[in-house]
Design a protein around this ligand. Sequence first.
Ligand SMILES: [Zn+2]
Length: 536
Amino acid sequence: MIAPEHPDVLKLNDSQEVREYIARAKRESAAERGAEDKEKTGIPLGRTVTNPVNGEQIPVLVADYVLMEYGTGAIMAVPAHDERDFEFAGKFGLEIRRVIEGEELPYTGDGQMVNSGRFDGMDNREAFDEIVTWLGSEGKGKPTINYKLRDWLLSRQRYWGCPIPVVHCESCGIVAVPEDQLPVELPDVEDYAPKGKSPLAAAEDWVATECPKCRAAARRETDTMDTFVDSSWYFLRYCDPHNEDAAWDRAVVDGWMPVDQYIGGIEHAILHLMYARFFMKALADLGHIGFQEPFARLFTQGMITRDGDKMSKSKGNTVSPSEYVERYGADATRAYILFIGHPVDDADWSDQGITGVANFLSRLYRAAGDAPAEDAGGEPTPLLRKTHWAIDKVTRDLGERFATHTAIAAVMELVNEIHRNRDDPHARFAITTAASLVFPVAPHLGAEVYDLMTGERVWEVPWPEPNRDLLVADTFELVVQVNGKLRDRIEVPADASKEEQERLARQSPKVEDHLNGRQLAKTVVVPGKLVNFVVR
Ligand SMILES: [Zn+2]
């Protein structure tokens, strides 16, 4: 099957009928010709080609639904397994040979290969690669990848957008505005509404200008650039925002870029992300920047479903955030969305779930109201250890994994601990820390509680750091005696064996003083409690 525009069509058959057919097909757009529901037309060229796999002769036809931009513009039709090829073959009485086992023809699913010689019995997906490899080994073909780019119209007939810095001159044509007259700024217009032409055209004083080349009267371009133009490179300007001489300085931009982390929905993967990457590659090729890729890491969040279904207006199962913001507040709504699951996964909305998150935030606020006036300080307590554990966990969960759900769960655990230990000498520090840690997901409440506890703005103080010494929560205090007299207390890992406890006790400098030079008669170990060295 061959496209009407294919350069070889007339070499194969240059009859009047074929010439007329080509002329007719060329008058239609690719979209019209490729449409599923359009009736397929074509003409046999009276020639055959050899199937490179089995040597059989196959008739060649020119057909309008074969598009020149698809591959090489000449394809092998698969009438048994492609709906358009099936319809076309039926109309022209061509053989329809099943090659994949499955349901009634045309069958477009997967299955085992049949009528395919050496490839019979193979899974069709595996056969793709096998056939290509085999063709390669026979010297009959090789795999290639064809990229298809759609044209992209840059201009819009809108007021909002960057002016396109060119003027139209009757004798010189399109002339670029000289650099010393840049940027071309938007004029003030009374009426922004579209009227079948660009709203800028109404600003006659602005439109009328002179040609930079011949000084004759000329007109400014009145279309503006689509906002995608700006979003494809604005981050470069952010790196060098006060530069008066150029859009950016390459050295400055190379110092900041690439962006460490890009976060967006999957819809960005084929729009903004792709445009921005094209822009960067072009700018890199032109020597304006020193890198090819603008974004080092991509994070794509999942979709939120309700009762397992995609939300849609027609199903009537949409969640309107404003309803929940009104009832539970913006913090609870936001924190709940981040708590349902790992943001990378799809998650199911539940009204009960948001109540739980709202209660947790209220409990933190109440704890702040009941907080002791100041911390007594002193020895580490389980609550102090829990606080440092939470700092460490939230820092790692947010910073390394975007795991907002487990980070919130850690703050919940901390708030529970606070309520169980209201009189703890470190309670105030624990509440203040919980406010810092919840701030990224519940900013209003986090800032409010932090202010109540410290009088400071949480966003102006550094992120808390865990005390590493307090992170080994699973230790106990081992009493060390010599001849039944207390000589030391040491912190020992909870899982230390009997031998390990004895060894650590012996290492105590205080014990060594009392053991020095004396004969050890025996050692008594009460695991988890004490070690007693009996000496003579
Ligand atoms: Zn001119």
